[in-house]
Design a protein around this ligand. Structure first.
Ligand code: ATP
Ligand code: MG
Ligand code: MG
Length: 346
């Protein structure tokens, strides 16, 4: 069968490769690590730096299509590859890799992020606090995930001693939200979009911990506007594949948090909880196949992430016979590391 190239070697790549295998595709993983959990379930693996143009070109030669499981792949080496090989296109990465660019992009499409100011240098921080107000959060412009690279600022005094990274930061107002939700959508090569139900998402210490259906009424009231925005973003990017936008549900409507140009942790429940999972529909979309039904198979569903050292007790997770247990095969269970997840449907 055909070979799908996946850039990045984490659990998202692993679950994409498992869905691809079910559809009869082989996956070739490209990642800088020496070994990775995506490669363990894939046909082949290139371990090379993102900037190794020769290795990347050789990898691309063996692939019918190339996608990503990691949004911080440097785009510059990708631009040397045939553009029609990449799905989604690298512009989606460029926008999503830079929080300031991403917020401006979404604002231009009518979306509403939290009030924000770019903080390029240490001297920009105090003016940003004055303009945007406190409390707020300073975030690195690039490379942050799972709440890493963020500083809570409750007042001007907190700005003392903060060193802005050389790649810049963004200061944003803390949003008083009722709850968080995300829009996970798939867009096919024909431009048709499908949406999964939006779960209520809870984070602990900046890391997604729990998703559940049904969400509270405020999410149902705001999901229409949030989907419209997600579809505008996808259309503007000529997007192919699964795209995720995170939102805060507030008294005054949905506030855009950030986007991910890939399958997303808040969509893991779709493996058992929806007719077609986010992983399968991503593979279908990039391969030009018709998308599967995104409807939920039950009204109730909970997904819990397994995080940190306690996560590897598979006997305990399996003691609930209704639990769908997923472990990602990561050897070292560090605090705050996503090791797996458990989904309960119905
Ligand atoms: P991810 O792993 O989702 O990519 P990340 O490191 O990019 O995480 P964010 O999504 O920016 O981080 O923030 C993580 C969490 O911190 C949010 O889901 C939310 O709970 C909280 N948070 C972030 N920004 C704000 C804000 N402006 N107001 C209130 N809470 C916020
Ligand atoms: Mg993020
Ligand atoms: Mg986030």
């Amino acid at each position: 069968g055909s070979t799908i190239g996946i850039l990045g070697g984490g659990q998202l790549g692993r679950m994409l490769a498992m869905a691809a295998a079910q559809l009869g595709y082989r996956c070739h993983i490209y990642a800088p690590q020496k070994d990775c959990v995506a490669a363990e379930v894939s046909a082949s693996f290139t371990s090379a730096e993102w900037h190794d143009r020769e290795a990347l070109a050789a990898f691309a030669q063996g692939c019918e299509v190339i996608t990503y499981e990691f949004e911080n792949v440097p785009t510059e080496p990708l631009l040397a590859l045939p553009a029609d090989l990449l799905a989604p296109g690298p512009r989606a990465l460029e926008v999503a890799q830079d929080r300031v660019r991403e917020k401006r992009f979404v604002e231009n499409l009518g979306g509403r992020p939290a009030p924000f100011a770019a903080v390029d240098h240490d001297s920009d921080l105090v003016p940003a606090l004055e303009r945007i107000g406190t409390p707020g959060i300073l975030k690195t412009r690039r490379d942050g995930y799972d709440g890493k690279g963020q500083w809570t600022i409750t007042g001007a005094a907190d700005a003392n001693g903060i060193r802005v990274p050389h790649t810049g930061a963004v200061y944003e107002r803390k949003v008083a939200f009722e709850c968080e939700f995300s829009v996970v959508m798939a867009r096919g090569r024909d431009g048709a979009a499908r949406f999964w139900d939006s779960t209520r998402n809870r984070h602990d210490d900046g890391i997604l911990a729990h998703c559940e259906l049904p969400p509270p009424a405020i999410v149902n009231a705001q999901v229409g506007a949030a989907r419209d925005l997600a579809e505008k973003v996808a259309t503007a990017l000529g997007y192919v594949g699964v795209l995720t936008l995170e939102f805060f549900a507030t008294e005054d409507g949905p506030v855009f948090n950030e986007m991910a140009p890939r399958v997303h942790n808040s969509g893991h429940w779709t493996i058992e909880g929806a007719v077609t999972s986010q992983f399968e529909n991503h593979i279908r979309a990039i391969c030009g196949l018709p998308l599967g039904d995104t409807g939920s198979v039950a009204h109730r569903m909970v997904m819990d992430n397994l995080i940190g050292p306690d996560a590897l007790d598979i006997r305990r997770h399996c003691s609930d016979p209704t639990a769908h247990v997923h472990l990602y095969g990561k050897g070292e269970a560090r605090a705050g590391r996503k090791m797996g997840h458990v989904t309960r449907v119905g």
